[in-house]
Design a binder for this molecule. Structure first.
Ligand SMILES: [Zn+2]
Length: 522
């Protein structure tokens, strides 16, 4: 028997992560307050049909209506096996339910054959046709007292309001990877699988809250591994990037950003997806939070926060590779981050601080006497981000920082965004570069959108998905950065061409200094 069937929860206590639902259903059964229609809405694999079956068992258990069905009586067993005459499961996705619902309208007139209630569980209910919904509605308007409907759906918006209003509604939440991990661990113990923790973490991460997917994966791996669940096989089957690749990439980024861009381009050309790199990086950093290695816990936490702030952009951007470059350069610029070196952790701030400080000091032609940590970090950050920064620029920013009241943003000449700058490409360039030090995701979007300024308008053009970019531009942190530079009216435009611009082309735009030509010829 497939693992996901074998370990389907049989009682409300066994349902993971949905106590807000199971508590109410438990009370309803214990107090015998039964409605005629329920809507279970939530992501796939979150336990909607399992809960519907437990509820049906609770209604029909031979021990009486109960929140704790015995799972032993004839009725419970038949429901568990899917053979009960009175618990009818309809998959609306298979033929959109037309015949079933027509039949249902006929059959609903007859009392249950063996039990108290006739329970109709309609899976993927949003897939029902309009005719099927109309037929269902007729039944819902005057339901026989022995009929209970449970509509399960991943997409409640597609259910007609007339049907919705007759249902008691429950929202199932997407399981966290920790919750999926717990389930996987329990199954491994029951099955006697020996497992590597990393393997279960990886499965939990990629299954994205869907328990069924997670258990199917676990089963595949255990078959290949003959009763073991190893990270090696998990990675092999999932075709994911090895941790070493990520460690190498980060190490390179900390040492030399140009090389890191080359390395990234090589990886992408060999078929690795940026999103996959991002996911592996997150998983590695998360593990580091628990294990205290390869990075110390506090460092890993800082890194994790930064990675989390990239979720939005990574999931939506058309150019995830560019976002990866931005992420790497931002990680690199975090002066407090450590990089693993020969097994022990060396804080990056110590490793690079002196070098960076000297570089800045040389450019400023003044003693490297920094007292305030904040200022030092700030300068390092700029130094790290702009590989060949003009001494004048640094000096200017340095001066503005000497006054604690003046923010970096205020120090930016307002003309950079005014009417004059619309003809002034360098003004816009330096403005965008400043945004880079404030909020890298916005920087990436400005680059992607080929930002230009006309009068008071900031115009961005994208190949599509304007609604997504609009939502991004409305984020509070984005608004804050924009306000720092003046009041724009942001305009988004569609731009059909250049959609399949190669990753390398974009790299070249963002990092013109990177030596990409050689990589291309490899
Ligand atoms: Zn029973």
């Amino acid at each position: 028997m497939a693992l996901y069937r074998k370990y389907r929860p049989q009682t409300f206590e066994e349902v993971v992560g949905q106590s807000h639902v199971t508590e109410i259903l438990t009370k309803a059964l214990d107090n015998q307050m039964i409605s005629h229609a329920y809507l279970f809405a939530g992501p796939k694999g979150s336990g909607k049909t399992s809960c519907a079956r437990i509820f049906a068992k609770g209604l029909n258990c031979e021990t009486g209506i109960t929140s704790k069905p015995c799972n032993e009586c004839e009725s419970c067993r038949l429901i568990n096996e899917g053979h009960s005459l009175d618990v009818i499961e309809i998959d609306a996705a298979s033929n959109r339910g037309v015949d079933e619902i027509r039949e249902l309208r006929e059959r609903v007139k007859y009392r249950p054959a063996q039990s108290r209630y006739k329970v109709y569980i309609i899976d993927e209910a949003h897939m029902l046709t309009r005719e099927a919904f109309n037929a269902l509605l007729k039944t819902l308007e005057e339901p026989p007292e022995y009929v209970v409907f449970v509509l399960a759906t991943t997409d409640p918006q597609k259910i007609p309001p007339t049907v919705l209003s007759r249902c008691q509604r429950f929202r199932f939440k997407k399981l966290t990877s920790d919750e999926v991990f717990q389930i996987l661990e329990n199954v491994c113990r029951s099955e006697g699988f020996s497992y590597q923790q990393e393997a279960l973490e990886l499965i939990a991460e990629v299954s994205d809250g869907a328990v069924r997917d997670a258990l199917n994966l676990l089963e595949q791996i255990s078959v290949v591994d003959e009763g073991k669940v190893s990270i090696k096989t998990a990675r092999f089957l999932l075709n994911v990037v090895e941790d070493e690749v990520i460690l190498d990439l980060l190490k390179t980024a900390f040492e030399d950003m140009d090389k890191a861009v080359e390395r990234l381009a090589q990886l992408m050309e060999s078929g690795v997806e940026a999103m996959e790199l991002f996911r592996t990086m997150k998983s590695l950093v998360r593990r580091s939070v628990f294990k205290n290695k390869p990075w110390p816990r506090d460092v890993a936490l800082e890194m994790f926060k930064m990675l989390e702030s990239y979720n939005f952009i990574m999931e939506r951007t058309e150019f995830p590779a560019v976002a990866m470059v931005a992420l790497l350069s931002e990680l690199r610029s975090e002066a407090d981050l450590g990089i693993p070196k020969g097994g022990e952790s060396v804080p990056l701030s110590q490793k690079n601080a002196d070098k960076e400080k000297t570089a800045v000091a040389e450019k400023l032609q003044e003693p490297a006497a920094e007292t305030k940590k904040g200022k030092k970090d700030s300068n390092q950050k700029r130094e790290a981000l702009t590989d060949d920064v003009e001494a004048e620029t640094v000096k200017e920013e340095k001066e503005s920082e000497s006054d604690e009241q003046v923010t970096d943003a205020a120090a930016t000449p307002v003309t950079a965004v005014g009417e004059d700058s619309s003809q002034d490409a360098t003004g816009l360039e330096s403005w965008i570069e400043n945004v880079r030090s404030e909020y890298v995701p916005l920087y990436v979007v400005l680059r992607e959108g080929k930002a230009r300024i006309e009068g008071e308008r900031l115009i961005l053009s994208f190949p599509g998905l304007l609604h997504m970019y609009r939502r991004f531009m409305e984020l509070p942190q984005v608004q804050k950065v924009l306000h720092n530079y003046g009041h724009f009216k942001v305009e988004l435009q569609t731009e059909a061409e250049e959609k399949d611009e190669s990753v390398l082309e974009i790299f070249k735009q963002v990092f013109p200094e990177a030596q990409i030509e050689e990589v291309k010829n490899n």
